[in-house]
Design a binder for this molecule. Sequence first.
Ligand code: PAF
Length: 281
Amino acid sequence: MLVLKTIDELRQQITDWRNSRLEIACVLTMGNLHSGHLSLVDKAKQVSDKIVVTIFVNPTQFVRGEDFESYPRTLDTDMEKLQALDVDLLFCPDVSEIYPSGGESQICVEVPSHLENIYCGKSRPGHFTGVATVVTKLFNIVQPDIAVFGEKDYQQLLVIKQLVKDLCFPVEIISMPTVREANGLAMSSRNTYLDEQETVIAATIHDVLEKIAAEIRSGSDNYKKLVQQGKKTLTRAGLKTDYLDVADAETLGEPGDGDLVVLVAAVIGKARLIDNVTIRR
Ligand code: PAF
């Protein structure tokens, strides 16, 4: 596996592959890789000739006071995992390589308010601008044909799909289902913040989502009541709900006759955890 830190080196390799007419798939990550990430890499391998994984803890998507400094950085073990999966290239740039003008004084990609000001965007102002900006940069740098993202970050996935459409990126976005621990907890790099007891409690998040989804599938459309009950269950278990809601799966607007998504963010200890389930109709 090639491990590169600069855009120039990466571009040379990408040009060689492009000249040989090889298709390139990428998986963008912030590292601390778990089985969820590795499922994205597996998918990328199935659909393309060359796989590029990026590891970059992006400062601009962390809100002031969040865990940018303490975010788990585990490059050596991440490299072993990627090597074992035969990844062709790992790009792990420094912050100054991606933000040469500094984070604050550079051009960034604005996310429309219907996606930026709700759910995770509402609790983490500027987060999706940071995500959209770094994904744009990484797409411009890697120039992938395909990019694979996880469905756990549901709102992020919608932002990225719209980004690709609106900014005319010739990149196909493939999404993969959330990978879970045996108790149902969605895999996340932030699960490393949980102790044993918190890990047990955090499984309630998925239980609540599944219960709401089951009620809806069996005909209930009293979403307000389902959400209220769900919030009570989370509180009783010891979780602080940031949001829990039922929304249209395509737009995150009011739920109608189309596919639905039940979304949640909840805090326990040092970890803010997000999860979702979709209901196809
Ligand atoms: O999902 C993530 O890990 C990040 O938000 C991403 C897409 C790599 C951008 O920094």
